[in-house]
Design a protein around this ligand. Structure first.
Ligand code: ATP
Ligand code: MG
Length: 318
């Protein structure tokens, strides 16, 4: 697609010295394109420079940034030919999203406490190691665990249920605890490094929003929270694109007092998360082990609902 250009660093932009570059990198701005698309006020605040200086830097960055090209439809079609699908363990749920979770996209699972989000993530971590003819991607997985809910024992039981060797599967799952939202975002950079050495085909974030919700509580920090979440989602999407990987994220719901119609339980992060995630699946409890999964706002597939079951063996049709 885009032509290979020689790599240029932040310091190559007139007006950016070592110290400013470092401040930007600390704030997660690591390349010229990220700089070029920064709001002026952010640059002033992060780099601690005057508006005038910031304006000049942005002008230069925009001139130098490889902002990409328009590509022809046939090239997009060519790239989409490489999209692969990862099974969830339930054929019904797979068919809701056209045969499994797509690579090069983000799929969001949202629902209240106990609705099965973490269980589904565990199942995906196992399934990605399966060969392609069994619905896997014959790959390895990365999990960014923000709530300390990863349980290797669950991986073992789910692996055994699929006649897989639990130890082999566990070796193919790379887990990192994220201690706060900025750590969580940095771990995506780390993911790019790990993926150079391991065939990572799934990156899961459980939970996408929990840290953000706690750290940016209150109305005044809402805009900032949305901006950070947006950046995080786009980093994940870039990973999905570069490595032809599945991205699966979980999201809690919160009762929003300002929603007077429909379901007041809205996923956290609202539009920002919703617009970047290609597939949004809501989960809710039904009887016993049964859960109802519903596809919301998909550009390509009709809305629909299926019943799944979460048992000791893992995720199956309900
Ligand atoms: P939270 O928002 O709190 O993170 P969640 O949506 O991630 O919730 P899960 O942890 O995925 O919820 O779901 C917990 C439920 O999964 C349990 O209440 C139980 O019904 C089911 N579950 C967990 N482990 C097993 C198991 N070994 N066998 C059967 N069901 C299980
Ligand atoms: Mg959970």
């Amino acid at each position: 697609m885009a032509k290979e250009k020689k790599v240029e660093t932040l310091e190559d932009i007139p007006g950016i010295g070592e110290a400013t570059a470092q401040k930007l990198r600390d704030a997660g701005i690591t390349d010229i394109i990220e700089l070029a698309v920064m709001p002026l006020a952010d640059l002033v605040a992060i780099a601690e420079i005057s508006e005038n200086q910031a304006r000049k830097i942005l002008e230069a960055a925009r001139k130098f940034a490889d902002i990409g090209n328009f590509v022809q439809g046939d090239q997009i079609l060519e790239k989409r030919k490489h999209i692969a699908k990862l099974t969830t363990g339930s054929q019904a749920l797979d068919s809701l999203v056209g045969g499994g979770l797509e690579t090069q996209s983000i799929t969001e699972f949202f629902g209240p406490f106990g609705s099965g989000k973490t269980q589904i993530i565990h199942q995906l971590l196992v399934n990605v190691t399966l060969p392609e003819e069994k619905g896997g991607l014959n790959g390895e997985a990365l999990l960014i665990d923000t709530e300390n809910t990863f349980r290797p024992e669950r991986i073992s039981s789910m692996s055994k249920a699929l006649n897989l060797n639990p130890e082999d599967v566990l070796k193919r799952i790379h887990v990192a605890r994220a201690y706060n939202s900025s750590h969580q975002m940095l771990l995506v950079d780390k993911a790019f490094e790990i993926a150079k050495e391991h065939p990572i085909r799934l990156i899961a974030v459980d939970s996408l929003t929990a840290h953000f919700r706690v750290e940016y509580s209150g109305r005044s920090s809402l805009a900032e929270r949305q901006q950070m979440l947006n950046r995080h989602m786009h980093d994940l999407l870039r990973f999905a694109d570069v490595y032809n990987a599945v991205v699966a994220v979980t999201n809690q719901v919160s009762a929003r007092p300002d929603v007077f119609y429909g379901d007041p339980n809205q996923p956290i992060g609202g539009n920002i998360v919703g617009h970047t995630a290609t597939f949004r699946i809501s989960l809710r409890r039904s009887k016993g082990e049964k859960r109802i999964a519903r596809l919301i706002d998909s550009p390509a597939y009709p809305e629909g609902e299926v019943v799944i079951q979460i048992s000791d063996e893992g995720v199956r049709d309900g």
